[in-house]
Design a protein around this ligand. Structure first.
Ligand code: ADP
Ligand code: MG
Length: 398
């Protein structure tokens, strides 16, 4: 789960990280009041959407020459003018995709006197199963470009979970960022603060870009992007309360109600599969035969008929889906339950695209019988290879 920048900063502040004062607002009237609450003489008006690259982003409704999604304001009137121009409009950044995201909330923040912009993030390094700090002196700009053209400017520091962030690790991070004096001192505590926040709140990613050294020599967290591990949210009511479903894909929200592991993708073949590994393999083999999956969907090991029906409805509700591949290996899951779920869903929502079903495992004969005896126009398949070729052919023929 993702949260907004201002929420992430509030979380980090509660652990003692240095962040600027700011006020989140939803209307231009509130913008004027927010500006009054901050000292000036510089304010920053920041679009709150669940995507990065806002500064360099463009508003769809405003011309190409209009300013981006993060704007400096030198008077209170400027704050209000920017708020009026930004609220309700659609911001397109390299992370939003071409459709962009509507800006419904802004963060009015105290402007910082920036000396240098640095990059710092924490993530779980799957190779070591440890949390790692990833840092670079090349902050503020697109870190993806730095990683691509000058990868040597990005350094990674592993944190041993038994020791936590030792003074030695924090010192190495400070040195890698060329920090001196007060900023160096600040990093010795900030590294531990960020690590503590990351672990205690079960974050999966924490990105501070930029982390800045201010003209007064101290560090400040100027941007914060945080994702949380969805499997651990049950133990963080405070974080759950920060969820903004207007930022999420409708289909993914619906899927989360039924506890389905679902991720919307750009292709046109809808997939209903049980088990994450089989779902990945199914996506791979669709690509192998020249098409693209419309989603990742794992209905889980012991799905009920209701769950299967919900999953099927989510897939068919996607206008991009031009064909559906149901690929089930019945272990704990019984093939007849899947078959009944598919039938129930089709009865409810209808079926206007080709459907290929491949069943194998527990109660497979019963499952096939249920499907074959229905009046459903199903293309049956014997194995995964056969199934993938059939659905790709059906979609390409259509
Ligand atoms: P994004 O990464 O989505 O573009 P940022 O929060 O990183 O958004 O802001 C983009 C740039 O705007 C920063 O690199 C920084 O130069 C400037 N900026 C952001 N917040 C402030 C602030 N409070 N004071 C001064 N400059 C800021
Ligand atoms: Mg940023």
């Amino acid at each position: 789960m993702n949260i907004h920048e201002h929420q992430a900063k509030a979380v980090l502040k509660s652990f003692g990280a240095p962040v600027a004062e700011g006020v989140a607002i939803f209307s231009a009237d509130e913008a004027a009041k927010a500006a009054d609450q901050l000292p000036g003489p510089l304010w920053v008006v920041k679009s709150q959407i669940h995507a990065g690259g806002r500064g360099k982003g463009k508003f769809k409704e405003l011309g190409p020459d209009a300013k981006g999604g993060v704007r400096l304001a030198f008077t209170k009137d400027d704050v209000v003018a920017h708020a009026k121009e930004m609220l309700g409009n659609t911001l397109v950044t390299h992370q939003t995709g071409p459709d962009g995201k509507q800006v419904n909330r802004l963060y009015i923040e105290d402007g910082a006197d920036i000396e240098t912009e640095l990059y710092l993030s924490l993530l779980v390094d799957r190779a070591t199963s440890h949390v790692a700090f990833v840092v670079s002196t090349e902050g503020g700009m697109d870190i993806e470009d730095v990683a691509h053209s000058t990868p040597e400017k990005i350094q990674t520091f592993d944190v041993n979970p038994d020791d936590g962030v030792t003074p030695e690790v924090a010192g190495k991070i400070a040195d890698a960022l060329n920090l001196k004096d007060a900023a160096h001192e600040d990093m010795l505590s900030l590294a531990g603060i960020l690590y503590k926040a990351f672990c205690e709140k079960d974050m999966s990613m924490l990105e501070v870009n930029p982390l800045i050294v201010m003209k007064d020599g101290h560090l400040r967290v100027l941007d914060a992007k945080v994702s949380f591990d969805g499997n651990a949210l049950f133990r963080h009511d405070d974080i759950m309360a920060l969820r903004d479903t207007t930022e999420e894909d409708d289909k993914e929200i619906e899927a989360s109600k039924y506890d389905l592991a679902y991720v919307a993708l750009d292709g046109n073949i809808g997939c209903m599969v049980n088990g994450a590994g089989l779902a990945m393999a199914t996506m791979d083999i669709i690509k192998l035969y020249g098409a693209e999956p419309a989603n990742f969907l794992d209905v889980g090991g012991g799905a009920t008929k209701e769950k299967v029906t919900a999953a099927f409805k989510i897939i068919t509700a996607d206008p991009n889906v031009k064909g559906i591949l149901v690929n089930i290996f019945g272990g704990i899951m019984r093939c007849d339950v899947i078959a009944e779920g598919v039938l129930a869903a089709v009865k409810e929502v209808g079926l206007s695209v080709p459907l290929v079903v491949r069943l194998e495992g527990t109660n497979v004969e019963l499952g096939k019988k249920i499907i074959n005896e229905s009046d459903l126009d199903v293309i049956s398949a014997d194995d995964l290879d056969d199934a993938a070729q059939k659905i790709v052919a059906a979609v390409k023929g259509a």
